[in-house]
Design a protein around this ligand. Sequence first.
Ligand code: 15L
Length: 269
Amino acid sequence: MKRVLITGAAGGIGRSLRETLRGVYPILRLSDRVALAPARDGEEVDCTELADMAAVERMVAGVDGIIHLGGISGENDWPVILEGNIIGLYNVFEAARQAGVARIVFATSNHAVGFYPRAQKIDHRVVPRPDSRYGVSKAFGEALASLYSDKHGMAVLCTRIGNFGSRPIDRRRLSIWISPRDYTQLVRIGLEHPDIRYEIVYGVSRNQRSWYDNSNAERLGYRPQDDSEPYAEEVRAAEAGAPPADPIAERYQGGTFCAAEYTARPRRA
Ligand code: 15L
């Protein structure tokens, strides 16, 4: 990998990868729809709207691999999701195919499978159970990636990210947290592992409270360094005395994404 493109480079994960991948690949091309900090040595900075195919074609020209973080990173109205996560995502894959880009690491989300109950441990083979329009767009992205892998031989690692950050911020995140260094490791597996064709893995650290069987990531060599457990007491203390959580949010892995706009009659757990 000589030149690696990061889309959505202005977001939290993008800014972190800009630092942790600095010097790992000779050139990082950093792209977002909003302005980025100026390019340093070994960097190229680009401003692209993902819904604009001509701009996306320019964005991917000459890159060897893509870390696709761009698009909408939470629930939103359908036109917004459609533009960023359906049209924008399609443009990235199609432009990459035309340009002969060999590899994509796709930032999908736990919300593609958010309606699995917390009581169930799931692996990478479960069928999608999106918890939001956002989750549906991530399931679409996983399906499009599968098509481009099977039909065009593109190598794709879909990382179903839990919650990325320097520390887990609440009780739910104790089960789905991923640290910057663990996500960096996973991204590097996606860009460098010789045998990847199409894989789904969970983007989570080695959390004792995990809801995921992440053996597929381990099979690819993922050895996460961090565990949310040392933060558990701090999280418990911070949440003590908080009003009771919504029962739908509590029941399902996707949390408040499941509870928002929920109109079904509650089923038995
Ligand atoms: C996601 O997919 C979002 O991008 C992020 O902002 C968080 O909401 C995260 O999921 C989460 O579930 O905590």
